[in-house]
Design a protein around this ligand. Structure first.
Ligand SMILES: [Cu+2]
Length: 352
């Protein structure tokens, strides 16, 4: 009720101001001072248009050049070069059109400012112009969209069969990572099995899961396709790896994926950037709550041999947590009994 009152008062105030403004114009017309005042304010505004064009253009160019390095990080994946090419093609085409239309807009506003005695040319319709400015943008846009669609279907197509599989699960507020182990098959997980130790919800009655291992830092081999299987445990997150030009949502209840091929090892990138502390990162790119800023994961790109050595050193989750494995059977049996008694069908088992 109070809010409605405030809105009503504001609306009434606006109406009063509008009427006052109109009254002022009417009095200035009757007193004969209207044309002169309008003439001055027109000139001032026309010049301001030009100043805005030049100063705004300069500020835009400066901000672009100044933040270029921070925005365009070095590329480190195969498809990254293709998306970069597409980005710049689009940017250049749209940039030319943008600059042209803005210059025309502001220069014409200056050039055709109000002048005593000048009358606007009446130009109601022209089919030729209509066709030209409809057809050309339509063709250019269609070409850009088609090129983008072709590239996107290639990037999001099925991953090569020999791709290294890494499962990333977002949760408030960190990333959990799972590798399928030597059998290259991820085991079944069940959200009802999640607790402080079994954060992933491993269902260890599944043989495929016995050699799965979790890590705090992702390792991937250079020059080899990597398939990221992406899940979320709670809310919407997003996997963002700027150097690999990878971004994909992590959606609760709906696994997503993205595959890419890294082209530079972490060491090579450190040499290229001249930063000995450089690390590839996987950041959350979707505001997901209070700890969102901390959702960051290190990615290490190894030479293939180093990757194999690292992989061989990893210990399966089941081996590292024997108590979970031991408790599991009993817990699972209880759950099955409970499920059998419940009316709701058990559809929550997620198998990848
Ligand atoms: Cu997040």
């Amino acid at each position: 009720m109070t809010a409605l009152g405030i809105v009503l008062v504001l609306v009434l105030l606006l109406i009063v101001f509008g009427l006052l403004f109109r009254l002022q114009i009417l009095t200035s017309i009757f007193s004969g001072s209207f044309t002169r005042e309008v003439g001055v304010s027109n000139r001032v505004n026309a010049i301001l248009f030009l100043i805005f064009l030049v100063a705004g253009g300069a500020a835009f160019a400066w901000s672009f050049v100044d933040s270029y390095d921070a925005m365009i990080v070095p590329i480190a994946s195969v498809h990254g070069y293709a998306t970069e090419r597409m980005f710049w093609t689009t940017m250049i085409i749209l940039g030319i059109v943008f600059v042209l239309t803005q210059v025309l807009l502001f220069v014409y506003s200056y050039k055709y400012q109000h002048k005593e005695g000048r009358r606007a040319f009446f130009f109601p319709h022209n089919n030729k112009i209509e066709i030209i400015w409809t057809l050309i943008p339509a063709i250019v846009m269609a070409a850009l969209v088609f090129a983008g669609w072709k590239e996107w279907s290639r990037i999001t197509g099925p991953a090569p069969k020999d791709a290294v599989v890494v499962e990333v699960m977002g949760k408030q507020f960190n990333w959990l990572v799972r590798y399928p182990g030597r059998d290259q098959k991820l085991g079944v997980v069940n959200y009802r099995l999640i607790d402080a130790v079994n954060e992933f919800g491993f269902d260890l009655s599944d043989q495929n899961g016995l050699d799965d291992f979790t890590v705090g830092e992702v390792h991937v081999p250079k020059g080899h396709p990597v398939l990221l299987k992406i899940r979320s445990r709670d809310v919407l997150h997003a996997v963002y790896m700027p150097h690999f030009r990878v971004q994909m949502y992590a959606v609760p209840g709906m696994p997503t994926k993205f595959w890419f091929t890294p082209t530079k090892t972490t060491d090579e990138m450190r040499a290229q950037t001249g930063n000995p502390k450089f690390n590839y990162e996987l950041a959350c790119n979707q505001i997901c709550g209070r700890g969102h800023f901390a959702m960051k994961l290190n990615i290490v790109v190894d030479e293939p041999d180093d990757y194999v050595a690292w992989f061989a050193q990893q210990k399966p989750f089941a081996e590292q947590n024997p108590e979970v494995l031991a408790n599991f059977k009993q817990k699972a049996t209880k759950m099955v009994e409970k499920e059998a008694a419940a009316v709701v069908p058990a559809t929550a088992n997620a198998s990848l």
